[in-house]
Design a protein around this ligand. Structure first.
Ligand code: UD1
Length: 341
C-alpha cells in the first residue's frame, strides 16, 4: 500500500514542486493550505502535471481543530511542513504575525502527530540559521548564529521544537532540510513562484523586470569583498530541491535514519554572484535587463554557500539541473503567467 504524505503549504512555491515529485515517486499526497499567500494557480498546475485531482484541504493549521480533522480523515505516514510566512522584511515590521503563524501551525501539527502515536516530520528550514558564516562552505556542523530577523528566528525555533519533540515523544522522527536559495520553476512552466506584490527575492524580481512589470532591477551592493563586488549565494534549482524531499521522506519511511533527528544542507555547493546570475539570465534567455547598482540592502550577508556532501552521502541526493536551465525555466514561467493575464 502506498504511503501518504501530508503537505501543509502544498499550494505554495516549494510545496507544489515537492508534491509533484512525491506523486511521481509513487506516494499519495494530501495538500493542506489556507491560501493566505497564494491562489489556486499552483494547485491547478500540480493537478495538470500529475494528471489527476489531489485532495486539498483549505485549512489553517493555526487552528488545532482543522489539523485534527485532516489527521482524523487520513492515515498520515509523513508530513512536510511548508505552511509558513517567509518575507524577511515583513517579519521585522510585524514579528507577531510570524511568531504567531509559523510557530503555532508547527506546534499544532506536532500535537496531531503525537496524538496519532507518532509520525515522520520533515521541516523546511533555511540557510538563514547560519547567519554570516565564519568559514565557507557551511556544513551542518557550522554554528547557528543569532537570528537577524523574526523570520530567521522562527526557523531556528522550529528546528529546536522538532528536535525536542523527537527526544520526548517516541514515534516522532524528524528531518530538517536547510535550503540555500531556491530558484526556477518546473520544466512544464505550469507551476512556479508567485510573489504577492513587489518581490523581495532576486529571481522573481529579475523575471518581472524582464517582462516589464518592474522598471529596473537594483543590484544591492557592488562593494562586497567578493570577486565582482556583489554578494555570493548558492542558487538551488526548485526541482532539485523538491527531489531532496523525496529522498528524505524515503529515508524516514524506510527506517534508514541514523538518529531520530537529522539535518541536511540542500544546496549546490557552488557560489554564484548576483551579477553572474543576472548576466547568465540575460545570456540564456536572450533578453536585456534594465539593471543598476544600488546601495547594499540591510541584513544581507556577503557570501554563503553549502557543503552539500552529507546529503549526497546519506540521502543519495545532489543538485543536477544546470543554472542555465533553471534560469530558462524561471523565464518560461514568467511568460506563462503573462500569457494567462
Ligand atoms: C532570503 C532569506 C532566506 C530565504 C531566501 C528565499 C535571510 C537573511 N535570507 O535569502 O532565508 O530562504 O530569501 O526566500 O533570511 N538582490 C538584489 N536585488 C534584488 C533582490 C535581491 O541585488 O532586487 C540580492 C540580495 O542583495 C542578495 C541576493 O540578491 O545578495 C539574494 O537575495 P534574495 O533572493 O532576497 O535571497 P537571500 O536574501 O539570500
Amino acid at each position: 500500500m502506498s504511503k501518504t504524505v501530508l503537505v501543509p503549504g502544498g499550494a505554495g512555491y516549494i510545496g507544489s514542486h515537492v508534491t509533484v515529485e512525491l506523486i511521481q515517486a509513487g506516494y499519495d499526497v494530501v495538500i493542506a493550505d489556507n491560501m493566505s499567500n497564494c491562489d489556486e494557480t499552483n494547485y491547478r498546475g500540480v493537478c495538470a502535471i500529475v494528471g489527476r485531482e489531489l485532495p486539498l484541504y483549505k485549512a489553517d493549521f493555526c487552528d488545532p481543530e482543522a489539523v485534527r480533522k485532516v489527521f482524523a480523515e487520513n492515515r498520515i505516514d509523513a508530513v512536510i511542513h511548508f505552511a509558513a510566512f517567509k518575507a524577511v522584511g515583513e517579519s521585522v515590521e510585524d514579528p507577531l504575525k510570524y511568531y504567531g503563524n509559523n510557530l503555532q501551525s508547527f506546534v499544532n501539527l506536532l500535537e496531531a502527530a503525537r496524538a496519532q502515536g507518532g509520525c515522520n516530520v520533515l521541516f523546511s528550514s533555511s540557510a538563514t540559521v547560519y547567519g554570516e558564516p565564519e568559514s565557507m562552505p557551511v556544513t551542518e556542523q557550522s554554528p547557528r548564529q543569532v537570528a537577524t530577523s523574526p523570520y530567521g528566528n522562527t526557523k531556528q525555533i522550529c528546528e529546536d521544537i522538532l528536535s525536542d519533540c523527537v527526544r520526548a515523544y517516541p514515534g516522532i522522527r524528524g528531518i530538517a532540510l536547510r535550503y540555500f536559495n531556491p530558484v526556477g520553476a518546473h520544466p512544464s512552466a505550469l507551476i512556479g513562484e508567485l510573489p504577492r506584490g513587489v518581490p523581495n527575492n532576486l529571481v522573481p524580481f529579475i523575471t518581472q523586470t524582464a517582462i516589464g512589470k518592474r522598471e529596473v532591477l537594483r543590484i544591492f551592493g557592488n562593494d562586497y569583498p567578493t570577486p565582482d563586488g556583489t554578494c555570493l549565494r548558492d542558487f538551488i534549482d526548485i526541482v532539485d530541491l523538491a527531489k531532496a524531499h523525496v529522498c528524505a521522506v524515503r529515508r524516514m519511511l524506510d527506517d534508514q535514519m541514523k538518529a531520530p533527528y537529522e539535518i541536511f544542507n540542500i544546496g549546490t555547493g557552488t557560489p554564484v554572484s548576483v551579477r553572474e546570475l543576472v548576466d547568465t539570465f540575460e545570456r540564456v534567455n536572450g533578453v536585456k535587463l534594465n539593471w543598476v547598482y544600488a546601495p547594499r540592502r540591510e541584513g544581507d550577508v556577503t557570501a554563503i554557500w553549502a557543503d552539500p556532501s552529507l546529503a549526497w552521502r546519506e540521502l543519495g541526493w545532489k543538485a543536477e539541473r544546470k543554472l542555465d536551465d533553471t534560469l530558462a525555466s524561471a523565464w518560461a514561467w514568467e511568460k506563462h503567467l503573462a500569457e494567462k493575464e
